[in-house]
Design a protein around this ligand. Structure first.
Ligand SMILES: Cc1ncc(COP(=O)(O)O)c(C=O)c1O
Length: 437
């Protein structure tokens, strides 16, 4: 039998159990493909993360990154834990407000925020991490027009190489994000903001990337940010209130992956902050963290029904399931590994070599290749693990496939928190022009 993460179990029928519910029954009750989220696991992960930092530094705030999973019920669970939010679009921003996260506990990130998004952010006292000089000018103008002072920080490009997929290594100098430090742009941004009447300079922000399993890039980030914090104090006499370290702590996806304990990151990063604060006589800043993946990834599985299997002599069998790259894009997009089992045969030995594919018309439409499963038969239930982050949030409608439903499980309760899309949903926005009618 495989090593399941601690919040899963297997019942006497050999079925996977999520919360206290049988995954096979969930699939029958709600249909497939189905995302299933364990509420208690999200709570555990949030609490562990928050404790890791707050036990080291009294002024620590966790802003859950909605981009990982912006489902309203998931965000509501985190709101009820006291989490703040990191948002990067109007809809994420409105979801955060809607579930009751106050504007002062929201940070807004991204390299292209529209006028409307900026207006909403300013009106709601959201901390905006500014990404360019032009955006800064736009914010000042909008705030002036609204008769408000915009609360801002600057996103700094930390120029850090983290060992992760190139698409999510966003802290490199050549990436599109943030103000360049080496050329002096970062300090120039603070200088310019100081001359403005309608902005309040509060923070500094960076993000080294995502799915990082080594503490070193976070330590390097903290060093770089605190160096700029000291320079800003020396040059402009400003004590920055917020030092925002972004997100990025990864999770083990493969059975052999190690975990990066947030406690280790917190201890090392806070060590840097504490040292620089003391050496330079700075005011103690509040540390902001923006975890997404760490909080939600392993709380969720994707259940997919096996339709057909196909033998290819000398090659792995093909197993066709009803969830493809439209439902879970990470394998196709990043070559990401997600562990797969048969939820109805958890006690059987994984000894048949298979490729697990979806129903779409692309060779990239697979969930896993060269995997070992028990003998697979039509009607079996495949379970894909660790899909809570960047799973449904990145799902699409390729080949007009409806996006899956999502169910939230709490102990022995389960409710739909995202309905399955239908033909009506998928065609609702299309229109045939008058001359074709
Ligand atoms: C600015 C920012 N904050 C937070 C996150 C969340 O990252 P993760 O889910 O890896 O913790 C991201 C992810 O890309 C990000 O760009």
């Amino acid at each position: 039998m495989l090593m399941l993460k601690e919040h899963f179990s297997v019942n006497s029928l050999g079925h996977l159990v999520v919360g206290r519910l049988d995954a096979v029954e969930l699939a029958e009750r709600f249909g497939t493909p189905l995302y299933v989220v364990d509420e208690q696991r999200i709570r555990e992960r949030y609490r562990r993360f928050y404790r890791a930092f707050s036990s080291q530094w009294s002024e620590a705030r966790v802003h859950y990154a909605l981009k990982a999973n912006s489902n309203m019920a998931v965000v509501k669970v985190l709101q009820s834990e006291g989490a703040g939010a990191d948002v990067s679009s109007e809809t994420e921003l409105r979801i955060a407000l809607k579930v009751g996260i106050p504007g002062e506990k929201i940070v807004f990130n991204g390299n292209y925020k529209t006028q409307r998004e900026l207006e909403l952010a300013i009106l709601n006292d959201i901390l905006i991490n500014v990404d360019s000089f032009q955006e800064l000018e736009a914010i000042d103008k909008i705030a002036l027009r609204l008769g408000k002072r915009a609360r801002i920080g600057f996103r700094i490009n930390p120029d850090i190489r983290a060992d992760t997929h190139p698409y999510i290594a966003v802290g490199l100098r050549e990436s599109k994000f943030g103000f360049d430090v080496i050329s002096g742009q970062a300090l120039a941004a603070y200088k310019r903001a100081k001359e403005m009447s309608s902005v309040e300079i509060l923070g500094i922000h960076a993000n080294v990337g995502s799915q990082i399993l080594d503490a070193a890039p976070f330590v390097e980030e903290a060093e770089k940010l605190m160096k700029i914090v000291s320079e800003i104090k020396e040059r402009f006499g400003i004590d920055l209130k917020f030092v925002d370290l972004g997100g990025g702590i990864g999770i083990p996806y493969k059975p052999e992956d190690r975990e990066l304990p947030p406690e280790e990151v917190a201890e090392k990063v806070v060590g840097v902050v504490r040292r620089v604060v003391q050496e330079k006589g700075l005011e103690k800043p509040t540390l902001l963290l923006e975890p997404g993946r760490f909080i939600v990834a392993d709380a969720c599985v994707l259940l997919a029904r096996v339709g057909y299997t196909k033998e290819r002599p000398g090659m792995p069998d093909w197993v066709a399931v009803d969830a493809g790259m439209n439902a879970l894009m990470r394998p196709a997009l990043y070559g990401a590994y997600h562990h797969i089992e048969l939820a109805n045969k958890m006690n059987q030995r994984n000894e048949h070599l298979v490729n697990v594919a979806g129903p779409l018309c692309e060779s990239g439409d697979f969930l896993g290749k060269d995997r070992k499963l028990p003998k697979v038969e039509p009607g079996d239930l495949a379970v894909v693990f660790d899909v809570g982050a960047y799973g449904l949030a990145m799902a699409c409608q390729h080949t007009a496939q409806p996006r899956p439903a999502m169910v939230l499980v709490n102990g022995d309760k389960a409710e739909v928190v995202r309905k399955r899309e239908t033909y009506e949903d998928l065609t609702r926005l299309d229109q045939i022009p008058s001359w074709l009618l």
